[in-house]
Ligand binder design. Structure first.
Ligand code: ZN
Ligand code: ZN
Length: 275
């Protein structure tokens, strides 16, 4: 029997709507045995979603960990953005914050052939608006979806190899704003790229999350990674952790049938902790 846990959790320190304390209290009230915080890592340029007060974030998570000891196991983590030329090495953030675990994610892709110097040089593939994705694809990749997607997976692989995060964050997030417009996931070139990443996760011995946020936000009909990839991961016996990528307390409950689905397909290694 798995315990109720969540390790992909944001708060008002980044782009979340609930405070750290509201998250913890909600989790305790709903029988969670563990809660891990993974705010968006600070970035070296102006943006709307990442942590600015990193010290304050780490200090408050640690204080809550102590205050709630014995009631819920709180851990201090960070969802770290891999950005070539800007944030390639996770070690300084891990050391500075005394992090217990990391989620490695790619949300920003540099324009082909350049070292990014500011947000203007980056293609933002996440966020709430698909127009941002479309505009970025046009601006940075001349609308060439294959080159853009290849760059995404290239960055994802480089991030995994260099930093070996505790948990792999939404490895196929690039499909979200695609909305089946530019390509379909069953096209061979796309499958080959996604599968290469899955095999790398296996080779490096990492845990992959099953992220439910796309479904409950109505932005995507599937988990990240999608079911066809989970089927491949099952053959490789890659350990998985269900995560809601919660941005407010109520999100913590939105597992969207992931546990039931994993049971149905007899997924062999479902974890309730990264430890
Ligand atoms: Zn993310
Ligand atoms: Zn997140």
């Amino acid at each position: 029997m798995l315990s109720k846990t969540n390790y992909h959790t944001h708060s008002t320190y980044c782009d979340g709507k609930s405070t750290l304390r509201e998250m913890v209290e909600f989790a305790v009230a709903h029988g969670f045995t563990a809660l891990g915080f993974s705010g968006h890592s600070p970035l070296p340029f102006e943006n709307t979603y990442s942590i600015t007060d990193y010290e304050g974030y780490c200090r408050e998570v640690r204080a809550l960990k102590e205050e709630f000891a014995g009631r819920i196991e709180i851990s201090l983590g960070l969802e770290i953005d891999y950005v070539p030329g800007m944030l390639e090495d996770f070690a300084p953030l891990i050391e500075q914050g005394g992090l217990e675990y990391t989620i490695g994610s790619v949300h920003l892709i540099p324009e082909e052939g350049i070292t990014p110097r500011s947000a203007d040089d980056l293609w933002m593939i996440d966020g709430s608006r698909y127009q941002t994705y479309d505009e970025g694809l046009m601006r940075h990749y001349h609308g060439d979806i294959r080159r853009g997607v290849r760059a995404y997976f290239h960055n994802e692989n480089a991030m995994l190899e260099r930093n070996r995060p505790t948990i792999v964050g939404h490895p196929d997030k690039i499909v979200m704003h695609n909305r089946d417009r530019y390509f379909h996931e069953d096209e061979k070139w796309y499958r080959d790229l996604a599968l290469e990443t899955i095999h790398l996760i296996k080779e490096l011995g990492l845990i992959c999350e099953i992220n439910t946020r796309g479904i409950y936000k109505g932005r995507h009909a599937d988990y990240y990674p999608g079911k066809w990839l989970i089927e491949e991961m099952k053959l490789l016996r890659i350990p998985v952790l269900v995560s809601t990528d919660a941005h407010m307390a109520e999100d913590l409950l939105k597992t969207e049938g992931a546990y039931e689905y994993l049971r149905e397909i007899s997924y062999p290694v479902v974890l309730d902790s990264w430890r």
